[in-house]
Ligand binder design. Structure first.
Ligand code: URP
Ligand code: ZN
Ligand code: ZN
Length: 460
């Protein structure tokens, strides 16, 4: 059924206009004033509301075997929660372990999503080992529609790779035109500091950030920049948390390194005191890189404003407080890392970013949709409201007032890191390729509408 969204204010990354949007099939076919609705058209009145291009989360873990357990969402839960929160496309990481077969890992992650996702999805292919067999499988995976790799400089022995593997992965990526996304922390420093802290009796969640201070992340970024400089590969730093790490990325950029930077909504609105909460509550806020001193937040917001930081993601990694986070009750190195936030990213970015005067509406669209689409070869199919683009639309009600809570969330985890936080505004209607998927906090769509988005590397 055709869809007409009337009277809304369309916000793209570089423009705003009051106009109607007509969608037929799966795409936007007309934009203009006073568009007529042919009989049988579904009409949404967006008076007093914004209309954004569907938001894209470039860094999520729906399922992730990690630290002796697994992130708890499924595509059934994660994709619906994403849509309710305004995110219409997910980029998950296929993270086979070092001993797993890479191609089998890709097929496994794809199978977990196909036929089960309500929103569109694609993957960064995790490179957790690099040898001749892996190399030919990576070539095959790129042929099957993947245009980004993911590497970990941390988590050695589990997901992390060594420097020889890093070099060869970047060389392959450059040859194929693939962008390499990287978790940047120095694993050796983390391991040594963790041992010292535990020996000194520091076992609680606060030990986590003490074990990996900003210098540990800055060293990881510097390391990646050196390898990117010498290989010419295009790189993307995931979950950058602090000023020191940003300075290393910018120094690399000044030397000509191709690097994009992602920060997370968690680093923008939470600081490390949350991980110091008593009674093991801090474990809810353990993630890597860790939450930082509050002064870093202003640097990150400024980076979004001036364009030195390209994207805002979630690194959604849902581990229950009971049963999973509690695995680290006597040893912070055993607390599964992650702060779930897939459902909240846009509401928090709007309330604590746009309404707080830290970024403008167009910047919000740019960092949470348009830039993601551009960097990851989805533009202009995704990331923009224009004729020919997929009709993934978010009609956003700025008048809504609400409170975040585990009691009302849709992700599959037993806590909400933002419990009791007020939000101003939320998605009122969310569409996936022209079909309504979510309305005012409820999923109302086709639970299997999501499609695997094949991408072609653009950096060859
Ligand atoms: O703490 C985090 N970031 N958990 C998920 C795994 C990762 O490093 O991306
Ligand atoms: Zn990571
Ligand atoms: Zn991650």
């Amino acid at each position: 059924m055709p869809l007409l969204i009337k009277n809304g204010e369309i916000v793209n990354a570089d423009s705003r206009e009051r106009a109607d949007i007509y969608c037929e099939g799966e795409t936007i076919t007309r934009i203009g004033q006073g568009l007529e609705a042919p009989p049988g058209t579904q009409v949404v009145d967006a008076s007093g509301k914004y209309v954004f291009p569907g938001f894209i989360d470039p860094h999520v873990h729906i399922t992730l075997p990690f630290m002796g357990t697994s992130a708890k969402d499924t595509y059934e839960t994660g994709s619906r929660a994403a849509l309710i929160g305004g995110t219409t496309t997910l980029i998950e990481m296929c993270c086979p372990s070092r001993t797993d077969d890479t191609l089998a890992g890709f097929e496994h992650w794809l199978a977990q999503a196909q036929g089960r996702s309500a929103c569109d999805f694609t993957f960064h292919m995790g490179v957790t080992r690099f040898d001749a067999a892996t190399e030919s499988q990576l070539r095959e995976i790129v042929r099957r529609g993947i245009s980004s790799f993911k590497i970990f400089l941390a988590y050695k022995g589990a997901l992390g790779i060594d420097d020889g593997e890093l070099y060869r992965t970047l060389m392959l990526a450059r040859e194929l035109g693939v962008i390499v996304t990287a978790h940047c922390e120095n694993e050796t420093l983390i391991a040594e500091r963790s041992k010292e802290l535990l020996a000194a009796g520091v076992t609680g969640p606060e030990g986590h950030h003490e074990s990996r201070p900003p210098a540990v992340e800055a060293e990881g970024v510097h390391h990646l920049m050196t390898f990117a400089e010498l290989t010419g590969a295009h790189t993307y730093i995931v979950h950058l948390s602090c000023k020191r790490a940003l300075e290393e990325a910018l120094a690399g950029r000044r030397r000509g390194v191709n690097v994009a930077v992602e920060t997370l909504i968690q680093y923008l609105v939470l600081d490390k005191t949350w991980a110091e909460r008593p009674g093991f509550e801090g474990a809810k806020y353990v993630m890597s890189p860790p939450l930082r001193d509050a002064e870093n937040q202003a640097v990150l917001w400024a980076g979004l404003r001036d364009g030195t930081i390209q994207t805002v993601a979630t690194d959604h990694a849902p581990f229950d407080f009971e049963g999973q986070k509690r695995m680290g009750a006597n040893d912070f190195t055993k607390i599964p890392n992650g702060i779930p936030s897939l459902e909240e990213r846009i509401n928090l970015l709007y309330t604590y970013g746009v309404k707080a005067g830290k970024i403008g509406l167009e910047t919000m669209v740019n960092v949470a949709s348009t830039q993601v689409a551009r960097i990851f070869d989805l533009y202009p199919r995704k990331g923009v409201i224009k004729v020919g683009a997929d009709a993934d639309l978010v009609v956003f009600d700025p008048g809504y007032r609400g409170t975040l809570s585990a009691k009302t969330q849709h992700i599959n985890v037993d806590y909400n890191a933002f419990e009791g936080w007020k939000v101003e505004g939320r998605p009122s209607v969310v569409t996936v390729r022209g079909e309504i998927a979510a309305k005012d906090g409820d999923f109302v769509g086709d639970p299997k509408r999501g499609r695997f988005l094949k991408r072609t590397p653009s950096r060859a």
